[in-house]
Design a protein around this ligand. Structure first.
Ligand code: GLN
Length: 280
């Protein structure tokens, strides 16, 4: 089959499976299979696919039609301009989380130590270290499978700088011993009852461990707000990603636990997305 036919057939197949943005998804998958770029559809639409490419094309479109996220099919997601490996053990990095990284970067000074809780793919800690090369950090996750992905990402993205990142399997602070200048976290924050209503890509393929914030979605913020001060230097800062409806609850939790100078930042859609708090 030729490139353009594969594209058109792929679009129809994804449309039938109710995949959002079927055209873009078909194009990206086809480019991935063939190692081609954006202009190939126009310029070389009549070039036939090889037998191997056709097999891979079939396999990948079948997966996407079952609503497997594109990033789990290709194994990759870009975040802060860096290429992160992903699999089913980690939340796929979201663009909204870049807001957290950008705000935390403003607070970092050379020599500072960062603690990243619920690190997942490691995207927060690794991009902080990539852009603040004189800092170091510890990435923590309860999931051994997630930590494997984070270690691989650190080695690929930070290259020789990967020594500046340590990794620890721990339920939040449980195994953490040191004190840090900055704590970051994108904890699970979806109320359990809302999980069922998520899009199939998230509900059926991303780790529920990274999404489920228990009854009211605030379980992990309560624990973090209660314990974080013990792991922060004086003047230390905490940066938390939150769900769009959670700013006032999280602000209150942090204030109740002695944090000061609390600020909320919005994402690209104008929704509350990050809360920053300081140890007085
Ligand atoms: N932002 C993610 C979503 O909308 C949830 C991330 C999280 O729970 N930390 O699916």
């Amino acid at each position: 089959m030729r490139y353009r036919e594969c594209y058109e057939k792929g679009v129809r197949r994804l449309q039938e499976a109710d995949v959002p943005e079927a055209g873009l998804n078909a194009l990206l998958l086809l480019e991935y299979v063939c190692g081609t770029g954006r202009s190939d559809l126009l310029a070389h639409g009549d070039r036939p696919l090889s037998l191997g490419q056709m097999e891979q094309y079939e396999e990948m479109f079948a997966k996407r039609a079952k609503r497997m996220p594109l990033q789990q099919i290709t194994g990759e997601q870009e975040f802060m301009g860096l290429a992160f490996r992903v699999n089913r053990n980690v939340l796929i990095p979201r663009q909204d989380t870049e807001i957290l990284v950008e705000q935390a970067l403003k607070a970092l000074k050379p020599g500072m130590r960062i603690l990243d809780l619920c690190t997942g793919s490691g995207c927060i800690l690794i991009s902080l270290l990539a852009f603040a090369p004189e800092c170091s950090g510890l990435g923590v996750d309860i999931s051994a499978g997630a930590l494997e992905v984070a270690v691989e990402n650190a080695e690929r993205i930070l290259a020789e700088g990967s020594m500046r990142a340590d990794w620890l399997q721990s339920d939040l602070f449980e195994q953490v011993e040191d004190v840090y200048h900055v704590i970051t976290a994108n904890p699970p924050y979806i109320p359990t009852g809302a999980l069922e209503g998520l899009m199939p890509e998230v509900r059926d393929y991303e780790p529920v461990l990274a999404l489920d914030g228990r009854e009211d979605g605030l379980f992990f913020y309560r624990r973090i707000a209660r314990e974080a001060e013990r792991y922060l230097c004086r003047g230390g800062m905490l940066f938390l990603e939150i769900g769009a409806e959670q700013a006032s609850d999280v602000r209150q939790l942090l204030a109740q636990n002695g944090f000061a100078d609390i600020k909320v930042y919005q994402d690209y859609a104008g929704l509350d997305r990050v809360v920053r708090a300081c140890v007085p």
